[in-house]
Design a protein around this ligand. Structure first.
Ligand SMILES: *Cc1c(COP(=O)(O)O)cnc(C)c1O
Length: 350
């Protein structure tokens, strides 16, 4: 075919959608320019708009919450529980008592650890509220052998540079609702109507993944299982190394779930007298990068005017932020490098 110009769509986009959908075992997927775009499109497909309330995990990256504002809706942030660090089902129930008719719930599977998704799905069903899973960090993680991102009405994945697999930048929206996914593809390509000329009846977005990125994604999907195995080995090595230090706990997960171990994170008991920032600095002095745990959304200047629901006197999400540290978890890290990280951390407790 001789075309008027270079065409950004092609076979890779369709194939990447099919392959990703097949990997997580869901009917449909739309490849988009970012995970954030996928969250935005999920809310649009659920008709989230001005005056609507959306319940949202507080302990997450801001990209989970920003699209609520893009749709002019109002977030209500929900605290974490201690067993997975994700949305607390009891706090969620409490939120439904205060706000009986939210438009949607969005939860995150933080650092690749699945949330108490089955419990939360039941609560959402009981209240007839659609659930969106921000699985940007948890591709490949499962609960009772079912993939995160496939429990709710919509699931979101990210292929940003820091994620377990990457297309340099990109995202995917998945669902078993074929019509809604088709509609998202339409909005994401500037809402161009089927006509010879350019015809628009709705506002559109330039949110589609490019064919080049999708090509990279197809290659990356082939190494996903390998990456998870490597990430798991890194997690296990840290876990073993800190086993005899009662002040350190690794980011926990439930027995019925299998994380993708995207990031190894530790929580440090206050009684140790060691602050996570002391460790961050000790590592930094050796040119090793570590990061604080996400600062909860309800503590962020841009979101602090919104309501926050918790059941504990001291919010779990705040405690995790204050006491947590994300450790080097790159799959390219060698065993020797990880041993160095471990010995620097151990020294902080001497
Ligand atoms: C990375 C990330 C996103 C956003 O994905 P992008 O592809 O960077 O837009 C959303 N939520 C969480 C929890 C993330 O970690």
């Amino acid at each position: 075919m001789i075309q008027i110009g270079w065409h950004r769509f092609g076979k890779n986009v369709d194939e990447f959608e099919k392959e990703l959908a097949s990997y997580v075992n869901i009917d449909c997927a739309a490849a988009l320019s970012a995970g954030t775009a996928a969250i935005h499109m999920a809310f649009k497909a659920l008709d989230v708009k001005q005056g609507d309330i959306v319940f949202c995990s507080s302990l997450t990256f801001s990209a989970t919450a920003n699209p609520i504002i893009y749709q002019n809706a109002t977030p209500v942030f929900i605290d974490s529980e201690k067993e997975t660090w994700n949305m607390d089902p009891l706090s969620l129930e409490k939120a439904f008592e205060k706000y009986p008719n939210p438009k949607a719930v969005i939860l995150v599977h933080l650092y690749g650890v699945p949330a108490k998704i089955e419990e939360i799905r039941e609560i959402c069903k009981k209240h007839n509220t659609p659930l969106v899973e921000d699985a940007a960090e948890s591709l490949g993680a499962t609960v009772n052998n079912k993939q995160t991102g496939t429990f709710g009405e919509f699931g979101v994945f990210s292929f940003n540079g820091n994620k377990i697999i990457t297309t340099s930048g990109g995202g995917m929206l998945v669902s078993n609702n074929k019509e809604k996914i088709a509609k998202v593809r339409f909005w994401a390509t500037q809402s161009r109507e089927k006509a010879k000329h350019y015809e628009h009846k709705e506002i559109g977005y330039n949110y589609r993944m490019s064919n080049i990125c999708a090509g990279i994604g197809r290659g990356q999907l082939k190494v996903l299982n390998e990456r998870i195995a490597k990430k798991r080995a890194i997690y296990e090595k840290y876990k073993e190394a800190f086993e005899d230090n009662s002040y350190i706990t690794m980011n926990p997960y439930l027995e019925n779930s299998e994380p993708n171990y995207w990031l190894s994170v530790i929580q440090i008991d206050e009684k140790s007298g060691v602050n996570p920032l002391d460790i961050l600095e000790a590592l930094e002095n050796e040119n090793i990068e570590s990061r604080p745990v996400w600062k909860p959304m309800h503590k962020q200047p841009v979101f602090e005017k919104y309501d926050f629901i918790k059941i504990q006197e001291k919010a779990i999400s705040e405690e995790l932020f204050e006491r947590g540290l994300c450790l080097p978890s790159d799959t390219k890290m060698t065993e020797e490098e990880q041993e160095r990280v471990i010995s620097i951390i151990k020294k902080c407790f001497e």
